[in-house]
Write a protein that binds this ligand. Sequence first.
Ligand code: SF4
Length: 278
Amino acid sequence: MSNLDLFLLMDDDRPVPQVPRIGEVRTRVALPASRLPGLDYALNPYVGCAHDCLYCYAPYVTKRPRAEWTVVLARTDIPQVLAKEIKGKKGMIGLGTVTDPYQEAERHLLLTRRCLMEMVPHGLSVSVLTKSDLILRDLDLYKELKGEMGITVTSVNDDISRTLEPGAPLPGRRVAALSRMADQGLNAYALVGPLLPLLTGRDVDEMVEALSSAGIKWVMLDRFRPRPGMFDDIARRPGGEGIADRLEKAHRAEDYRGLESLVRRKFTEKGIRCVNAF
Ligand code: SF4
């Protein structure tokens, strides 16, 4: 029985999806060159993502239909393909550039973990980004790799997170994970992005306070850049029409232009360095 068969049979405390929607896909290239700033290669053990964030850019970047994005395809052979490709490579690997490498499937399939194990002997650097505290499982390996560990925090308001990131762990778990990584001396940062147009001044204050208490030294800011068709895709979801409308109006409003400078100022006042994502 393969790891994938095992995952399909397991029905434990997985929050979403209730019925696993997962398939398998072969890896053609494990380490394609990345065009993102600061990254030499991209590594994505899954295609699609069960975190199902309404604002996710990845379906538009990968040209996969938005409606299929939560049908996760596992690249079950990626550790073996990576082992062959990694020889002689130098530079920074972006782990999770168009998927979340610690979505629920990873708890059972361990593809991300097995890829990290392949990287350790080669001395490469890794820049990982996730919304899940499952990343804590692999701290032993990150301690041996150079690089940076990012957790996305778009707000610490559970209602906002439940609405816009319905499949992802709630923000409190992400902040706690950042705190643990910072405590252990790892280069941990929060990606505050996309900067949600729905945030109020109070949401901003609570987020800045929580991340400051977590002990991280820096955050990455990324503005909300809706892709063509994104609001229509959100509106097509059950109950999504109102959310799409609120997001679009808030994004167009004058106030949104001031949100980034407000967030930057609040973090700076707490001694947290802000860098731009792009
Ligand atoms: S966690 Fe990232 S890849 Fe997954 S749905 Fe959310 S934004 Fe997209």
